[in-house]
Design a protein around this ligand. Structure first.
Ligand code: FAD
Length: 386
């Protein structure tokens, strides 16, 4: 039987699922897993919120795969810098790249580069101990704006107002716990450019906002109104979560809240048009949007209604792009590696999986389906030579 040796670059969920799939093939005799960090698990270690223990538990599965006799984890190797793509191609029968999407999208408005504008990814890395330079975070802020309508935005908002007693029972890094425990945050605004029908919130994550001790959730009932096109979009997407999200929003809106020291405000159909301040963030200009067009093709149309929000910290949770790797093709527009069924175009025996392949979308489990398809391609190609 041919003995096959494979390099997997990136030990996040995508890389770990690829290893799990490769181990099902007895002809695979060795798998080297290279990662630029000293520790495996990618965003499960430094992205997933530290108070989401149930999600982080998937790392037990990943550790089991990495502990297999045929697998060797090699941390501290930045491929493209410490090892070239060509070196790996010469040393292995196939190379699978799973380096994720580590470049946060920037807020492209005047003032978007002011100190105090922080990508949510850096905040997540900080609470998980993967980002030691918190100097740029205005932790003195009383009011914080979180831009984005997905779970990453909800995670950041929740962690900012969660009491110390709750945080200390989580996996939060001690340095971040110490700083957040003394935080002055009173109001967090979660801002989405579209409406509730287009949000990417998870129902469970949304309901969790209502369980934070000493925190009140503010939603304007009118903001939850759905147009005919919105209702049609929800029906067409056949996504139970989307309907459950609407229910959760209504439940939060209609609750009677006791007085609270901290507040989360959900604002919909608003876009930042400028970050204001002298040398640091002092405010945010938000324009109100209208959604126009038929279901499935609604466009965001800015109106001239502007609201000024006093805030000292703007956290952006508006997506990421992959980083190019020297020696591999890269599609600047999509921010990913051009490929067909995971086979990198123009590079024989080189494959991609996970966020590097699909763009920064989807949950941990979605990377498993990718891994199955990519490993099928790898085995087909490598075994066809025998
Ligand atoms: C803040 C945040 C929170 C999230 N929370 C959840 C959640 O609660 N539940 C959920 O299901 N999904 C969550 N997700 C989504 C989930 O994390 C992704 O689906 C998943 O991590 C993508 O896996 P990946 O392996 O492609 O990328 P990553 O997890 O980013 O792994 C990429 C790996 O490649 C390594 N690497 C990068 N460049 C190089 C290089 N040049 N050489 C060597 N190694 C390199 C990195 O160190 C990293 O280990 C979250 C995402 C974010 C950003």
């Amino acid at each position: 039987m041919k003995q096959i040796r494979i390099a997997v670059v990136g030990a996040g969920p995508a890389g770990c699922f690829v290893v799990t799939e490769l181990l099902k093939h007895p002809s695979v005799s060795g798998i080297d897993v290279l990662d630029r960090r000293d520790q495996p698990h990618g965003l499960v270690r430094y992205g997933v919120a530290p108070d989401h223990a149930h999600t982080r538990r998937v790392s037990v599965l990943f550790d089991r795969a990495l502990a297999d006799d045929r697998v060797q984890f090699r941390g501290g190797i930045m491929v493209g810098v410490d090892r070239t793509v060509d070196e790996l191609r010469r040393a292995y029968d196939a190379v699978v790249f799973c380096t994720g999407a580590e470049d946060p999208r920037r807020l492209d408005v005047p003032g978007g580069e002011l100190p105090g504008v922080t990508p949510a990814l850096y905040f997540s890395r900080w609470v998980n101990g993967d980002w030691t330079d918190a100097g740029a975070f205005p932790l003195h802020a009383r009011s914080v704006a979180v831009i984005g309508n997905g779970n990453v935005a909800l995670d950041a908002a929740r962690l900012l107002v969660q009491p110390e007693a709750v945080l200390k029972d989580s996996d939060i890094h001690p340095a971040a716990l110490a700083r957040l425990a003394g935080s002055s945050v009173r109001d967090v605004y979660i801002i989405g450019r579209r409406g509730p029908a287009q949000s990417s919130f998870g129902e469970a994550e949304l309901r969790q906002l209502g369980e934070i001790p000493g925190c009140r959730v503010h939603i304007d009932l009118h903001e939850l109104d759905l147009s005919e096109a919105d209702r049609q979009e929800i029906a067409d997407r056949h996504d139970d979560n989307l309907q459950l999200v609407q229910d959760a929003l209504h439940d939060l809106e209609s609750r009677t809240w006791p007085d609270a020291e901290r507040n989360i405000h959900l604002l919909f159909r608003r876009s930042p048009v400028a970050v204001t301040g002298e040398g640091r963030v002092e405010g945010l200009e938000l324009c109100r949007n209208r959604l126009e067009g038929p279901a499935g093709a609604q466009r965001v149309v800015p109106t001239d209604e502007i609201r000024h929000l006093a805030t000292e910290w703007v956290i952006t949770a508006i997506g990421h792009r992959s980083m190019p790797i020297r020696g591999l093709p890269f599609d600047e527009e999509s921010g990913s590696i051009p490929n067909l069924h995971g086979r990198v175009r123009g590079c024989e025996r080189v494959y991609v999986s996970g966020w590097l392949r699909r763009g920064a979308r989807g949950l941990i489990g979605h990377n498993r389906k990718d891994a199955m398809e990519v490993v099928r391609a790898v085995m087909e190609d490598v075994l066809s030579d025998v």
